[in-house]
Design a protein around this ligand. Structure first.
Ligand code: HEC
Length: 150
């Protein structure tokens, strides 16, 4: 994961702009130097592909692949257009989404959807993208990225 993205994510937990009952109190105690050091350390680690709890069906994976490459109904844009051509991430703003456990990606997309209900999302943000997605698109894209190596 890109170090600037990680440092930014930690500062969002600290500011309370990214929700997590677990991470917010942890980040509260971190100084900017701590966040920078942690981001540098974790960005240099290479996580193995998460052990899937269950292997998604081939149909689900290929539906997710189509969405990632080309986008889909409700004007959902191609995931690769922001997250890099294999979901490996792109710079400080767009995190790596390939190789993440399916449950993690689903939970994150649900968080963005909840945010979109609370206030109108900024155009071009993940909150806006998630607000367009239906349950099937969330499941399929999370399935595809859970079995895709960045
Ligand atoms: C218009 C650009 C854009 C598109 C298209 C897009 N995303 Fe995102 N996505 C983002 C941004 C920006 C973030 C980081 C938001 C943040 O951290 O607050 C993000 C974050 C995420 C996260 C959370 C990752 C993490 O580590 O917390 C997931 C999961 C995700 N996107 C999945 C998808 C999927 C699946 C698609 C395709 C259906 C998609 N995104 C399409 C911009 C985009």
């Amino acid at each position: 994961m890109n170090p600037e993205y990680l440092a930014h994510a930690l500062s969002m937990f600290k500011d309370g702009t990214r929700a997590s009952v677990i991470m917010q109190p942890v980040a509260q105690r971190l100084s900017p130097d701590d966040m920078h050091a942690l981001a540098t350390y974790f960005s240099a680690q290479h996580a193995p592909l998460a052990q899937a709890q269950h292997v998604p069906s081939a149909d689900l994976i290929s539906a997710g692949k189509r969405l990632a490459e080309s986008g889909g109904v409700h004007d959902v844009p191609a995931c690769f257009s922001c997250h890099g051509s294999s979901g490996q991430g792109n710079g400080a703003r767009f995190p790596a989404i390939a190789g993440q456990p399916m449950t993690f990606s689903i939970a994150r997309m649900r968080e963005f959807q909840a945010r979109a209900k609370a206030a109108p999302p900024k155009p071009g943000s993940m909150t806006e993208v998630a607000s367009r997605m239906d349950d099937a698109q969330i499941e399929a894209s999370a399935a595809f990225f859970s079995v895709t190596m960045p």
